[in-house]
Design a protein around this ligand. Structure first.
Ligand code: SAM
Length: 240
């Protein structure tokens, strides 16, 4: 089996993952830099309706995804990689919030399995079971403090954040170095400085003079200062 990072997504809506065929991710898969599989959870059901959910124990609104098809689907997908540890990412608004640091950590995993919930989420025993398995590492991940209808969009966000960091995926690796959240300050990470391209004048607005000066030291100092100003604005007023 291959040594590149493999990503498997389990969902009841495989078509939702069609964007994985486009742009950077599509090209990376075509070039063999990564492997991607998308799997229909309903293929692991046994009844004619392909049921994947049931009413919640203890009562309450909505339906909960049943553990049985999830267990079967995850076990099958684990066989697609010979990685010693399969990292299971369970998408949930109750998980740890995605950051650039988590995306960087996940690039080191050779096999990532994304479990896309729907309805009121997945029976909690699925997470508990795989947490107890020595060949699995489980991470419950949220993409922010809001509730989506399902984990598919969250999976696309996380995969894009990871895959663009994999060597060879972005043509010029230097463009990753000065990005927002990868820039370090003494106390925090910084967001990127504002960027400009040609023309030098547009609708009465000029590109800052220093960027046209050719003075690399002055340009670096200006950019650093701008990053710090932007970051301070965000931390003082995080809603803006
Ligand atoms: N009842 C759940 C709760 O309050 O925590 C919300 C379930 S949500 C309607 C259905 C599915 O969407 C979740 O199981 C999860 O897979 C996904 N989802 C929703 N919001 C998400 C978020 N912010 N980050 C990651 N996944 C999310």
């Amino acid at each position: 089996m291959s040594k590149v990072n493999r990503f498997d997504v389990i969902t009841i809506f495989p078509d939702y993952l069609a964007p994985l065929k486009l742009s950077l991710i599509g090209k990376a898969a075509e070039a063999g830099l990564i492997e991607i599989g998308v799997h229909d959870l309903r293929a692991q059901t046994t009844d004619v309706h392909g049921s994947v959910d049931d009413t919640p124990y203890g009562g309450g609104a909505g339906m909960v995804m049943s553990p049985e098809p999830w267990g079967k689907a995850i076990d099958l997908v684990a066989e697609l990689s010979d990685a010693p540890v399969h990292e299971l990412i369970v998408l949930t608004p109750a998980g740890e919030k995605l950051t650039q640091k988590i995306a960087e950590e996940l690039t080191k995993s050779r096999h990532l399995i994304f479990a896309c919930g729907r309805y009121e989420g997945i029976d909690a025993r699925v997470t508990a079971y795989y947490q107890s398995q020595p060949n699995f590492k489980v991470r419950e991940v949220s993409i922010g403090d809001y509730v989506l209808g399902g984990g598919e969009v969250a999976t696309l966000v996380i995969m894009e954040a990871i895959i663009r960091l994999i060597p060879g995926v972005i043509g010029n690796p230097l463009s990753l170095e000065e990005e927002s959240h990868s820039l370090e300050d003494e106390n925090s990470t910084l967001v990127e400085y504002p960027t400009y391209t040609k023309p030098a004048q547009w609708r009465g607005l000029n590109v800052p003079e220093v960027l046209l000066s050719g003075n690399h030291g002055a340009i670096a100092a200006f950019r650093r200062e701008q990053s710090q100003i932007r970051t301070t604005k965000l931390t003082r007023n995080p809603e803006k």
